[in-house]
Design a protein around this ligand. Structure first.
Ligand SMILES: N[C@@H](CCC(=O)N[C@@H](CS)C(=O)NCC(=O)O)C(=O)O
Length: 224
């Protein structure tokens, strides 16, 4: 049993859960997972012992509980300095925090129109103008980070960082809703989606059988 326990929701749907899980899985950190089935009768009971107000993800480090994605990622970056959760350069780090905070607090139309659904392809999906604006903003962020700070590797800031974890669910969405992007953003998506951690998460989602009706976009889709 590990000192670290991460409480997550359904891998297929829980975009917030993916973020800290991705950090731990990418780095091969030893941690236990407690998975709860979102929006079921058992969910409330299972989350009762936690202080997080009925939401996932939650991280437990022995007796300490941390909730809310960005706070969990900040904590992990501090606990494992050797993993360099944030870029080393102060300017890159400031921008990494800006884009991570923007991801945490913005893109309402993208979120509501394109719920994460790792095991399906929404063929022919057409975003509304508002969601299209969110999509273009995300693509611009990826281009900006890659062009300004991405020289030392294929991730947003070269090396893998918390910022990549924050955008992982958006990559899942863009793949699922078949969103076409420019070359730079497209290459970044390939890097993330083809990483071992992302492939593992998608496989976990595919193996799940629960269907959350409210999280299914009203578009024709195909299973992958
Ligand atoms: N801002 C929170 C959002 C967490 C959140 O909304 N999680 C969803 C699952 S993806 C949840 O637990 N929903 C259950 C509910 O709202 O009752 C974070 O960053 O962790």
């Amino acid at each position: 049993m590990s000192d670290l326990q991460l409480v997550i929701g359904n891998c297929n749907y829980s975009s917030w859960s993916l973020r800290p899980w991705f950090f731990l899985a990418y780095h091969g950190v030893d941690f236990d997972v407690k998975r709860v089935s979102l929006f079921t009768e058992t969910m409330e009971k299972e989350l009762e012992p936690y202080f997080s107000d009925g939401k996932v993800p939650v991280l437990r480090d022995r007796e300490l509980e941390i909730w809310d994605t960005l706070a969990i990622l900040e904590y992990l970056a501090e606990c494992f300095p050797e993993l360099q959760g944030w870029p080393e350069d102060v300017r890159a780090r400031a921008v990494a925090r800006s884009v991570s905070a923007e991801m945490h607090s913005s893109f309402p139309d993208l979120r509501s129109e394109m719920p994460m659904n790792c095991r399906r392809r929404f063929v022919g999906f057409k975003p509304s103008p508002a969601a299209e604006r969110d999509i273009q903003r995300v693509a611009a962020i990826w281009r900006y980070c890659r062009e300004q700070f991405g020289r030392n590797g294929p991730w947003l800031f070269g090396r893998f960082s918390v910022a990549d974890c924050m955008f992982a669910p958006v990559v899942m969405r863009f793949v699922g809703y078949e969103i076409e992007l420019d070359k730079t953003a497209g290459r970044y998506m390939d890097t993330l989606y083809n990483s071992h951690a992302a492939r593992t998460w998608v496989a976990l989602g595919q193996a799940e059988t629960e269907v959350i009706k409210e999280d299914e976009a009203p578009w024709p889709s195909e299973a992958i």
